[in-house]
Write a protein that binds this ligand. Sequence first.
Ligand code: ADE
Ligand code: ZN
Length: 350
Amino acid sequence: LEISSFVAGLPKVELHIHIEGTLQPALRWKLAQRNNIKLRFKDQEYNTYEELLESYRVTYNHRPELGGRKDVPTFLEAYFAGCEVLITEDDFYELAMDYLKMCQEMNVRYAEPFFDIQAHTRRGVPAEHVLNGYLRAQKDAADQYGVRSNWIFCFIRDESVADGEAAYETALPWAKRPGGKGLFHAVGLASNAYERPPNLFANAFARAKKDGLHITTHCDFGQKDTHEHIRQAIFDVGIERIDHGLDVLDKDELVTGLVDKNVGLTLCPHAYHRRTATEVLFPKLRQLLDHGVKFCINSDDPVYMHDVWIDGNMEKAYHYGGLSKKEMVQLARNAVDMCWADEDMKNTIY
Ligand code: ADE
Ligand code: ZN
């Protein structure tokens, strides 16, 4: 699907992107050489750049525990394999600068990227390499590209809660309080949600809130126990946004809860379109609009999802969702409204 000049020109705000999911094969290849790391994934080795490139052409499996095939790797396995080349502060800096440069090219004015700490510390990488690399990129990209960002610390939900809390404690000196400076201003919950409901992290979220941070959680589309996860997120944890959450449409009380509490959804249409028929998926956007549920369009992990970025996701909503230009502008404005930038910055995004 070609990006229209209308979508290309829209001023954009990205609220659902995992920075590790923007690691492009060219940088992955370069860092593997620089850090002397063999590129491999499961039983495969990538000995040439062409072999590496070829590996991105697949559609990764939906999780086997949800009925997917066991012989096709899952998306998360590929994503964490990609992370293996990231070692030094400069590596993380380059990853972030590459992404924020793309933001400038796509007219993304402001972004709130997710980052995983535990994906790196569990490989022996010091948390400071991650945090200082992103912090430096946050500043340089604002200066050089005019792309501002406030970042979101993610708990890896299939690691223990204690491990997540320890990572949070380590990262806290890099947190940004309202009106202050710092890398991240919110915490999120990502990775494999299987039997890892939001309530497990209720104390961790409460702690972050007490520390003056915003809170959000993934409730992936088609997830096992998805309605219960969404219910907990809205009513028990008191989450401010939901990442994905498209399954709310099945339950009136969830739709009402979102609308009453003004909780918005950060949707990533292409992520669902990989495994959902067009005629099943895209009418849901219209239904959300009809119910008055606030949402915006985002990209999730573009490099592992056929290189479809925020503009491609918006084009899909525009084209397959049959939305008008006016409605597309409203979705772009929803992202401004849903973002957690300080008011003075918010006023300069549009
Ligand atoms: N972490 C990074 N990308 C993710 C995704 N698409 N779903 C869940 N956790 C993630
Ligand atoms: Zn995500």
